[in-house]
Design a protein around this ligand. Structure first.
Ligand SMILES: Cc1cc2nc3c(=O)[nH]c(=O)nc-3n(C[C@H](O)[C@H](O)[C@H](O)COP(=O)(O)OP(=O)(O)OC[C@H]3O[C@@H](n4cnc5c(N)ncnc54)[C@H](O)[C@@H]3O)c2cc1C
Ligand code: SF4
Ligand code: SF4
Length: 416
């Protein structure tokens, strides 16, 4: 891999927008800002010195992600060729019905965050929540009370940089857990290799399955469809308040505009799309293999397909580490979450939308390299087993699709 500078990482579409580089360099030197393309990207306020740049390169999940070692499951679980390390897996949801109702799915992330705080396992939770000033945008949040953690219960389908506060929390000696996306967790795992404080001070990383991050333009177009401008909006909620719950806009003068999940996501006649960033298209791990616990939707299935009819929210809780497995069973024993059976074989139909990206990753990275584009180092995700499983035709399609995209410059981004 070429030694990439920050501008190259961003301009070649490798930045995931996590904010860890800004946390390392400090906000006076590097700030996370929305670019003209609606991506959350680091913005240098002064030249970055070589030592800091080297530090950023060593932790940036845009260019380096290393998969989990099979030894973390050992004989206690499975290193599944597609779904990664699994020590235990359950359906699950928050025992607190209000949390379950308000959250994105079953509220397991929020319930585990609250349990970690209230049991004294951590002093703070690092997560995100809707911006109070601009409700369509998303802010990083440090929470030290259950109420604050609950205020972040939501899926924020847009740019967020949850890791901007990591070094401040480490420097203050605080012990905290991260609730974020898989690439945010990958960043913390990279940091753990170069900063010995991480093992003791960030003992838990919880995540989601992640379809990718669109720009705020998607939310803006949904608002415009309802005839609303940003200034009129008090609440923008993608889902939750039910499961999956409506995509809800509440205005400052008390009006309410809702779309069902299927209207918001799957109606091709709607004037918005989900313009996810290039880094998401080459993501080696959108299913949180590096987390302690990964909490996707536990969709209700009909005729072998997920349906999105309203129901009490359910997650799948995939404990990937020994620590994660212990957390799930302790939270269940303490009455914070409720568990029900789930079989690994159910993943294939329930989360089959993740298969093309997962299986085609090796071919996409090969296309980047052959096109001479800056190529990230993604290791330890069973590439040959995935490629074998994908088969020749699917791999060739992923390879050629990425090559075409690179040649057309579709991965390129402006720095500002
Ligand atoms: C961008 C995105 C893509 C997703 N794609 C999928 C998918 O493909 N398949 C699937 O099953 N589920 C997906 N989800 C996750 C799903 O919507 C639920 O959030 C997840 O199942 C957790 O449910 P919960 O009820 O436990 O979460 P909650 O209890 O509501 O908690 C959600 C947690 O996620 C964190 N979070 C929300 N948005 C962001 C963000 N943008 N960046 C960092 N952290 C965030 C919040 O801090 C909060 O702690 C996605 C979510 C997001 C934000
Ligand atoms: S992926 Fe994260 S660490 Fe890397 S450049 Fe982007 S914001 Fe910075
Ligand atoms: S798809 Fe991957 S890179 Fe994109 S936001 Fe999700 S975890 Fe991060």
């Amino acid at each position: 891999m070429r030694e990439l500078d920050l501008e190259t990482i961003v301009s070649h579409g490798l930045c995931a927008g996590c904010g860890l580089c800004a946390s390392l360099a400090g906000g006076d030197r590097l700030q996370m800002r929305l670019t003209s393309h609606g991506r959350m990207r680091p913005h240098a306020r002064e030249p970055i010195d070589p030592e800091t740049l080297e530090g950023i390169r060593s932790i940036c999940p845009g260019i380096r992600v290393t998969g989990a070692d099979a030894s973390q499951v050992g004989s206690a679980g499975t290193m599944h060729p597609v779904w990664g390390p699994i020590r235990s897996v359950h359906r699950g949801w928050a025992a607190d019905e209000t949390v379950r109702f308000r959250s994105a799915a079953g509220g397991s992330m929020t319930a585990l965050g609250v349990f970690l705080l209230e049991s004294g396992k951590v002093d703070a939770i690092l997560h995100v929540r809707a911006s109070s000033e601009r409700p369509m945008l998303t802010d990083a949040q440090i929470s030290t009370t259950a109420a604050e953690v609950k205020s972040g219960a939501q899926s924020r389908y847009g740019p967020a940089a949850p890791l901007v506060h990591v070094h401040r929390l480490l420097d203050e000696g605080r012990r905290f857990a991260l609730l974020g996306k898989p690439c945010d967790v990958a960043a913390i795992r990279n940091l753990a290799r170069v900063d010995s404080r991480v093992e003791a001070q960030i003992p838990y990383c919880l995540t989601i399955f992640c379809g990718g991050v669109p720009t705020p333009q998607t939310a803006q177009k949904i608002a415009a469809h309802h005839g609303l401008s940003e200034a009129e909006i008090e609440v923008f909620r993608w889902r939750g308040h039910g499961w999956p719950g409506p995509t809800h806009i509440g205005t400052r003068d008390g009006r309410s505009c809702d779309l069902t999940y299927d209207e918001a996501w799957f109606d091709p006649s709607r004037p918005w799309s989900y313009d996810i960033q290039f880094r998401c298209k080459i993501c080696p791990d959108a299913i949180g293999e590096l987390a302690d616990v990964s909490c996707p939707d536990g969709w209700v299935m009909r005729d072998g397909k997920p349906i999105h009819e309203e129901a009490p929210g359910v997650n799948v809780l995939v404990a990937r580490t020994e620590r994660g497995e212990r957390l799930v069973s302790e939270a269940a024993a303490a009455g914070a979450i409720e568990l029900a059976p789930f079989a690994i074989s159910e993943f294939e139909a329930m989360h089959g939308d993740h298969l093309p990206r997962k299986l085609g990753n090796r071919a996409r990275i090969a296309a980047l390299a052959i096109a001479g584009a800056p190529t990230p180092r993604f290791e330890g995700f069973r590439p040959w087993r995935m490629t074998w499983r994908a088969g020749f035709v699917r791999s060739l399609r992923a390879f050629l699709g990425t090559l075409r995209r690179i040649r057309a410059g579709a991965h390129r981004e402006p720095l500002r």
